[in-house]
Design a protein around this ligand. Structure first.
Ligand SMILES: [Zn+2]
Length: 265
């Protein structure tokens, strides 16, 4: 599931090529003939702006991806699949946007993702960690009586933190992901803020994470490399980077949760 760093990466790449291009044809007739003015991201939603009051929102959910193709070259982002290198459109293509300089495809295998003009959804999103001071961050999370990892992933409290980065941030702060958010020590609250910002920034720096089994991605130089820097995520049975224990996996809120029982309390 693409998270903040993955969407941030595709935002930065599309900005270089889409701005100034005219939309010739799409399933949104209101946008026909309009030029791309800007590209923003709010939490995990990508917003392509076509002028005042015209934001086209993309939510990738589990398996959404964007592919931009122009003169045989591609920019790909979102959930990595073989469609990154397959001929477009594919059987997973849900929407096609013909622009003056190229074509943008939105693909989604499992179809939980969506495209919407001026999505109200983004108004409900909480601030991103980068927009918060340490004190603001602590006041948002420290009264909740839910496991800290689920609080971090609640997009209406703080936006942009998904499963990978919530797991790794808890490790950074030496917090057990099950701990109720209102029971952390002052040091853990502080370290969690530092940890969340650190893993997200690192995710952006490495272009997000790509599934380790997606070999074809690497072959074509596509996809990000944060997976080479996972703290605990997807490391069940391996040694903790602090050298004190073995990474365990359990389900929390229906998502795979990874932690070191020795150093995360
Ligand atoms: Zn450990």
């Amino acid at each position: 599931m693409p998270e903040l760093p993955e969407i941030e990466t595709v935002k930065l790449q599309l900005r270089k090529v889409l701005i100034g291009q005219k939309l010739l044809e799409s399933k949104f007739p209101q946008l026909a003939g309009k030029k791309v003015v800007g590209i923003e991201r709010k939490g995990k939603v990508l917003l392509i702006n076509f002028g005042p009051g015209l934001d086209l929102g993309f939510h990738f959910k589990m398996t959404g991806q964007l592919i931009y193709e122009a003169q045989g070259k591609r920019i790909v982002g979102g959930h990595p699949t073989e469609d990154f290198v397959n001929k477009m459109p594919s059987k997973h293509t849900r929407a096609v946007f013909h622009l003056s300089g190229g074509t943008l495809y939105f693909n989604d295998q499992r179809m939980f993702g969506w495209i919407m003009l001026n999505p109200k959804f983004v108004d409900k999103l909480g601030p991103e960690p980068f927009e918060l001071s340490v004190d603001q961050f602590i006041s948002l999370i420290s009264k909740r009586k839910k496991p800290i990892k689920l609080v971090l992933m609640d997009q209406e409290i703080i936006s942009g933190v998904g499963n990978i980065y919530a797991n790794d941030a808890c490790w950074e702060a030496k917090v057990n992901p099950r701990r109720l958010a209102n029971t952390l020590t002052a040091k853990q609250y502080h370290d969690l803020y530092i940890g969340v910002v650190r893993v997200l920034r690192e995710g952006i720096k490495y272009g997000g994470a790509t599934a380790v089994d997606a070999k074809y991605i690497d072959l074509h130089g596509l996809g990000g490399h944060y997976q080479e820097h996972f703290r605990v995520y997807d490391r069940e049975g391996e040694m903790c980077h602090r050298g004190d224990g073995i990474i365990h996996r359990f389900e929390l809120g229906g998502r795979g949760t990874y932690y070191c029982p020795k150093c995360q309390v």
